[in-house]
Design a protein around this ligand. Sequence first.
Ligand SMILES: *Cc1c(COP(=O)(O)O)cnc(C)c1O
Length: 294
Amino acid sequence: MHVLQAPLQPLNLSWLTKAKVETAILRLDLIDPLISGNKWFKLRHHLQHAHAAGTPGLISLGGNHSNHLHALAAAGKRFGFATAGLLRGHPQDTPTVRDLQALGMEVHWLGYGGYRARHEPSFWEPWQARYPGWHCIPEGGGGAAGAEGCALIVEQARSQLAAQGWSGYDAWWLAAGTGTTLAGLVLAEAGEHPVHGALAVPMDHGVPETVAALAGPKGYRLHDACRGGFGKVDDELLAFIADSERHTGVPLEALYTGKALLALRDQVGAGLFAPGTRLIFVHTGGLQGRRGYL
Ligand SMILES: *Cc1c(COP(=O)(O)O)cnc(C)c1O
Protein backbone atom coordinates (compact mmCIF):
# COMPACT_ATOMS: atom_id res chain seq x y z
CA MET A 1 0.00 0.00 0.00
CA HIS A 2 1.14 3.52 -0.85
CA VAL A 3 3.20 5.22 1.92
CA LEU A 4 2.38 8.84 2.73
CA GLN A 5 5.32 11.05 3.72
CA ALA A 6 5.31 13.79 6.38
CA PRO A 7 7.74 16.67 5.72
CA LEU A 8 10.08 17.86 8.50
CA GLN A 9 10.42 21.66 8.63
CA PRO A 10 12.18 24.20 10.87
CA LEU A 11 9.86 25.81 13.45
CA ASN A 12 10.92 29.37 14.25
CA LEU A 13 9.28 31.11 17.19
CA SER A 14 10.85 33.81 19.34
CA TRP A 15 10.42 31.93 22.63
CA LEU A 16 12.20 28.88 21.18
CA THR A 17 15.05 30.99 19.82
CA LYS A 18 15.40 32.82 23.13
CA ALA A 19 15.71 29.55 25.05
CA LYS A 20 18.05 28.11 22.38
CA VAL A 21 15.73 25.15 21.86
CA GLU A 22 16.09 24.30 18.20
CA THR A 23 12.81 22.84 16.98
CA ALA A 24 11.67 21.06 13.84
CA ILE A 25 8.04 20.30 13.13
CA LEU A 26 6.99 17.03 11.51
CA ARG A 27 3.95 17.93 9.43
CA LEU A 28 1.57 14.96 9.60
CA ASP A 29 -1.07 17.45 8.46
CA LEU A 30 0.61 17.50 5.02
CA ILE A 31 0.82 13.79 4.19
CA ASP A 32 -2.00 13.87 1.63
CA PRO A 33 -4.61 16.28 0.27
CA LEU A 34 -7.42 14.04 1.57
CA ILE A 35 -5.99 12.01 4.46
CA SER A 36 -4.53 13.94 7.39
CA GLY A 37 -2.56 13.43 10.52
CA ASN A 38 -1.63 10.77 13.03
CA LYS A 39 -4.89 8.93 12.34
CA TRP A 40 -3.53 7.58 9.04
CA PHE A 41 -0.46 6.18 10.82
CA LYS A 42 -2.75 4.55 13.38
CA LEU A 43 -4.83 3.05 10.55
CA ARG A 44 -1.90 1.71 8.52
CA HIS A 45 -1.84 -1.80 9.97
CA HIS A 46 -5.61 -2.10 9.74
CA LEU A 47 -5.54 -1.01 6.10
CA GLN A 48 -2.69 -3.40 5.27
CA HIS A 49 -4.49 -6.25 7.01
CA ALA A 50 -7.74 -5.51 5.18
CA HIS A 51 -5.87 -5.26 1.88
CA ALA A 52 -4.00 -8.55 2.40
CA ALA A 53 -7.15 -10.37 3.54
CA GLY A 54 -9.26 -9.02 0.69
CA THR A 55 -11.71 -7.56 3.20
CA PRO A 56 -14.67 -5.86 1.52
CA GLY A 57 -14.79 -2.93 3.90
CA LEU A 58 -13.78 -1.27 7.16
CA ILE A 59 -15.99 -0.13 9.99
CA SER A 60 -15.26 2.04 13.04
CA LEU A 61 -16.81 4.55 15.42
CA GLY A 62 -16.46 8.13 16.62
CA GLY A 63 -18.06 11.52 17.18
CA ASN A 64 -19.48 13.98 14.65
CA HIS A 65 -16.17 15.92 14.38
CA SER A 66 -14.02 12.77 14.45
CA ASN A 67 -10.57 13.05 12.83
CA HIS A 68 -10.37 9.26 13.00
CA LEU A 69 -13.54 8.62 10.98
CA HIS A 70 -12.50 11.35 8.56
CA ALA A 71 -9.13 9.67 7.94
CA LEU A 72 -10.82 6.27 7.59
CA ALA A 73 -13.35 7.55 5.06
CA ALA A 74 -10.61 9.34 3.12
CA ALA A 75 -8.35 6.27 3.13
CA GLY A 76 -11.28 4.13 1.95
CA LYS A 77 -11.88 6.48 -0.93
CA ARG A 78 -8.16 6.72 -1.77
CA PHE A 79 -7.37 2.99 -1.56
CA GLY A 80 -10.68 1.53 -2.75
CA PHE A 81 -12.34 0.16 0.41
CA ALA A 82 -15.95 0.56 1.41
CA THR A 83 -16.28 2.19 4.85
CA ALA A 84 -18.97 2.47 7.48
CA GLY A 85 -18.98 4.80 10.50
CA LEU A 86 -20.94 4.37 13.71
CA LEU A 87 -21.54 7.81 15.20
CA ARG A 88 -22.18 8.93 18.74
CA GLY A 89 -25.45 10.76 19.36
CA HIS A 90 -28.29 11.72 17.07
CA PRO A 91 -28.19 12.73 13.40
CA GLN A 92 -26.40 16.05 12.97
CA ASP A 93 -25.17 17.91 9.97
CA THR A 94 -21.55 18.92 10.67
CA PRO A 95 -18.83 19.66 8.06
CA THR A 96 -17.14 16.40 9.12
CA VAL A 97 -20.32 14.35 8.67
CA ARG A 98 -20.88 15.89 5.24
CA ASP A 99 -17.30 14.93 4.28
CA LEU A 100 -17.77 11.37 5.55
CA GLN A 101 -20.80 10.95 3.32
CA ALA A 102 -19.13 12.65 0.35
CA LEU A 103 -16.17 10.27 0.77
CA GLY A 104 -18.58 7.35 0.49
CA MET A 105 -18.81 6.29 4.13
CA GLU A 106 -22.10 4.77 5.25
CA VAL A 107 -23.05 6.61 8.42
CA HIS A 108 -25.14 5.14 11.24
CA TRP A 109 -26.21 7.10 14.33
CA LEU A 110 -26.15 5.10 17.56
CA GLY A 111 -27.63 7.64 19.98
CA TYR A 112 -25.78 8.17 23.25
CA GLY A 113 -26.83 4.98 25.03
CA GLY A 114 -26.06 2.89 21.97
CA TYR A 115 -22.61 4.44 21.73
CA ARG A 116 -21.91 3.84 25.41
CA ALA A 117 -22.44 0.11 24.79
CA ARG A 118 -19.40 -0.01 22.47
CA HIS A 119 -17.21 -1.87 24.98
CA GLU A 120 -19.75 -4.66 25.52
CA PRO A 121 -18.79 -8.02 24.00
CA SER A 122 -22.00 -8.24 21.95
CA PHE A 123 -21.70 -4.71 20.52
CA TRP A 124 -20.24 -5.69 17.15
CA GLU A 125 -22.56 -8.67 16.49
CA PRO A 126 -25.35 -6.83 14.63
CA TRP A 127 -22.77 -4.85 12.64
CA GLN A 128 -20.86 -7.98 11.69
CA ALA A 129 -24.18 -9.49 10.56
CA ARG A 130 -24.96 -6.39 8.53
CA TYR A 131 -21.45 -6.09 7.05
CA PRO A 132 -20.19 -9.69 6.75
CA GLY A 133 -16.41 -10.05 6.59
CA TRP A 134 -15.74 -6.37 7.24
CA HIS A 135 -12.80 -5.43 9.46
CA CYS A 136 -13.74 -3.65 12.70
CA ILE A 137 -11.36 -0.96 13.99
CA PRO A 138 -11.47 0.13 17.66
CA GLU A 139 -12.53 3.67 18.54
CA GLY A 140 -9.91 6.25 17.52
CA GLY A 141 -7.72 3.54 15.96
CA GLY A 142 -6.38 2.67 19.43
CA GLY A 143 -4.69 -0.52 20.57
CA ALA A 144 -1.41 -2.23 19.72
CA ALA A 145 -2.00 -2.18 15.93
CA GLY A 146 -2.54 1.59 16.07
CA ALA A 147 0.60 2.18 18.14
CA GLU A 148 2.77 -0.02 15.92
CA GLY A 149 1.65 1.90 12.84
CA CYS A 150 3.10 5.05 14.44
CA ALA A 151 6.67 3.68 14.42
CA LEU A 152 6.81 5.01 10.87
CA ILE A 153 6.55 8.56 12.28
CA VAL A 154 9.97 8.12 13.90
CA GLU A 155 11.42 6.62 10.74
CA GLN A 156 10.14 9.50 8.59
CA ALA A 157 11.62 12.15 10.90
CA ARG A 158 15.00 10.40 11.11
CA SER A 159 15.26 10.08 7.33
CA GLN A 160 15.01 13.89 7.00
CA LEU A 161 17.44 15.00 9.76
CA ALA A 162 20.41 15.50 7.44
CA ALA A 163 18.31 17.72 5.18
CA GLN A 164 17.62 19.87 8.28
CA GLY A 165 21.34 20.10 8.91
CA TRP A 166 20.84 18.03 12.06
CA SER A 167 23.13 15.15 13.04
CA GLY A 168 20.62 14.01 15.64
CA TYR A 169 17.87 15.15 17.99
CA ASP A 170 17.20 15.02 21.72
CA ALA A 171 13.47 14.61 22.32
CA TRP A 172 9.94 14.53 20.92
CA TRP A 173 6.92 16.65 21.78
CA LEU A 174 3.38 15.83 20.67
CA ALA A 175 -0.28 16.07 21.62
CA ALA A 176 -1.87 13.03 23.27
CA GLY A 177 -5.55 12.10 23.39
CA THR A 178 -5.62 8.37 24.12
CA GLY A 179 -1.81 8.19 24.16
CA THR A 180 -1.69 5.59 21.37
CA THR A 181 0.46 7.68 19.03
CA LEU A 182 2.77 8.61 21.90
CA ALA A 183 3.11 4.92 22.81
CA GLY A 184 4.05 4.15 19.19
CA LEU A 185 6.88 6.69 19.34
CA VAL A 186 8.07 5.35 22.70
CA LEU A 187 8.15 1.80 21.30
CA ALA A 188 10.05 2.89 18.19
CA GLU A 189 12.56 4.88 20.26
CA ALA A 190 13.14 2.00 22.71
CA GLY A 191 14.66 4.44 25.21
CA GLU A 192 16.96 6.30 22.79
CA HIS A 193 15.18 9.66 23.03
CA PRO A 194 12.45 10.71 25.48
CA VAL A 195 8.95 11.40 24.19
CA HIS A 196 6.96 14.22 25.81
CA GLY A 197 3.18 13.93 25.61
CA ALA A 198 1.03 17.05 26.01
CA LEU A 199 -2.31 15.74 27.27
CA ALA A 200 -5.42 17.14 25.58
CA VAL A 201 -7.52 15.37 28.22
CA PRO A 202 -7.25 15.48 32.05
CA MET A 203 -4.49 13.33 33.56
CA ASP A 204 -7.05 11.04 35.25
CA HIS A 205 -8.74 10.03 31.97
CA GLY A 206 -6.72 6.85 31.51
CA VAL A 207 -3.85 8.07 29.33
CA PRO A 208 -1.06 7.04 31.74
CA GLU A 209 -2.62 3.57 31.95
CA THR A 210 -3.01 3.27 28.15
CA VAL A 211 0.59 4.32 27.49
CA ALA A 212 1.94 2.02 30.21
CA ALA A 213 -0.05 -0.93 28.82
CA LEU A 214 1.20 -0.36 25.27
CA ALA A 215 4.77 0.85 25.87
CA GLY A 216 5.73 0.13 29.51
CA PRO A 217 6.75 2.56 32.25
CA LYS A 218 9.80 4.30 30.75
CA GLY A 219 10.94 6.54 27.91
CA TYR A 220 8.31 9.27 28.15
CA ARG A 221 6.85 12.08 30.23
CA LEU A 222 3.26 13.32 30.32
CA HIS A 223 2.36 17.00 30.73
CA ASP A 224 -1.06 18.44 31.46
CA ALA A 225 -2.05 20.57 28.46
CA CYS A 226 -5.85 20.29 28.51
CA ARG A 227 -6.64 23.74 29.97
CA GLY A 228 -9.56 22.56 32.06
CA GLY A 229 -10.83 19.69 29.95
CA PHE A 230 -10.96 18.12 26.49
CA GLY A 231 -12.43 20.56 23.99
CA LYS A 232 -12.24 23.54 26.37
CA VAL A 233 -11.06 26.57 24.42
CA ASP A 234 -10.13 29.92 26.02
CA ASP A 235 -9.07 33.34 24.75
CA GLU A 236 -5.41 32.97 25.67
CA LEU A 237 -5.23 29.74 23.65
CA LEU A 238 -6.94 31.26 20.61
CA ALA A 239 -4.68 34.33 20.72
CA PHE A 240 -1.61 32.10 21.04
CA ILE A 241 -2.72 30.01 18.05
CA ALA A 242 -3.36 33.10 15.91
CA ASP A 243 0.01 34.56 16.88
CA SER A 244 1.88 31.29 16.22
CA GLU A 245 0.18 30.88 12.85
CA ARG A 246 1.14 34.40 11.87
CA HIS A 247 4.81 33.82 12.71
CA THR A 248 5.22 30.31 11.30
CA GLY A 249 2.58 29.91 8.60
CA VAL A 250 1.70 26.55 10.16
CA PRO A 251 -2.05 26.09 10.73
CA LEU A 252 -3.01 24.71 14.15
CA GLU A 253 -6.29 23.60 15.71
CA ALA A 254 -7.39 24.25 19.27
CA LEU A 255 -8.10 20.75 20.63
CA TYR A 256 -4.70 19.11 20.20
CA THR A 257 -1.89 20.85 18.31
CA GLY A 258 -2.56 24.38 19.64
CA LYS A 259 -2.70 23.13 23.22
CA ALA A 260 0.43 21.02 22.71
CA LEU A 261 2.40 24.00 21.40
CA LEU A 262 1.20 26.24 24.22
CA ALA A 263 2.20 23.63 26.81
CA LEU A 264 5.60 23.45 25.12
CA ARG A 265 5.99 27.21 25.41
CA ASP A 266 5.21 27.02 29.13
CA GLN A 267 7.68 24.19 29.72
CA VAL A 268 10.40 25.87 27.64
CA GLY A 269 9.79 29.02 29.67
CA ALA A 270 10.14 27.01 32.87
CA GLY A 271 13.53 25.70 31.69
CA LEU A 272 12.63 22.08 31.03
CA PHE A 273 15.06 21.91 28.10
CA ALA A 274 18.71 22.94 28.34
CA PRO A 275 20.04 25.43 25.75
CA GLY A 276 21.15 23.56 22.64
CA THR A 277 18.37 20.97 22.86
CA ARG A 278 17.02 19.80 19.50
CA LEU A 279 13.35 18.98 19.61
CA ILE A 280 10.94 17.40 17.13
CA PHE A 281 7.37 18.70 17.50
CA VAL A 282 4.83 16.45 15.79
CA HIS A 283 1.93 18.23 14.09
CA THR A 284 -0.71 15.52 14.48
CA GLY A 285 -3.11 17.09 11.96
CA GLY A 286 -6.80 17.39 12.78
CA LEU A 287 -7.33 20.60 10.83
CA GLN A 288 -10.59 19.35 9.31
CA GLY A 289 -12.11 19.41 12.81
CA ARG A 290 -11.53 23.18 13.08
CA ARG A 291 -14.59 23.80 10.95
CA GLY A 292 -16.72 22.40 13.73
CA TYR A 293 -15.93 25.04 16.34
CA LEU A 294 -14.56 28.12 14.53
C1 LIG B 1 -6.57 11.93 17.67
C2 LIG B 1 -5.62 13.07 17.68
C3 LIG B 1 -4.59 13.14 18.63
C4 LIG B 1 -4.42 12.14 19.73
O1 LIG B 1 -3.89 10.91 19.28
P1 LIG B 1 -3.81 9.71 20.32
O2 LIG B 1 -3.12 8.63 19.57
O3 LIG B 1 -5.23 9.33 20.66
O4 LIG B 1 -3.10 10.15 21.52
C5 LIG B 1 -3.71 14.21 18.57
N1 LIG B 1 -3.86 15.18 17.64
C6 LIG B 1 -4.84 15.14 16.72
C7 LIG B 1 -4.95 16.24 15.76
C8 LIG B 1 -5.76 14.09 16.71
O5 LIG B 1 -6.74 14.06 15.79
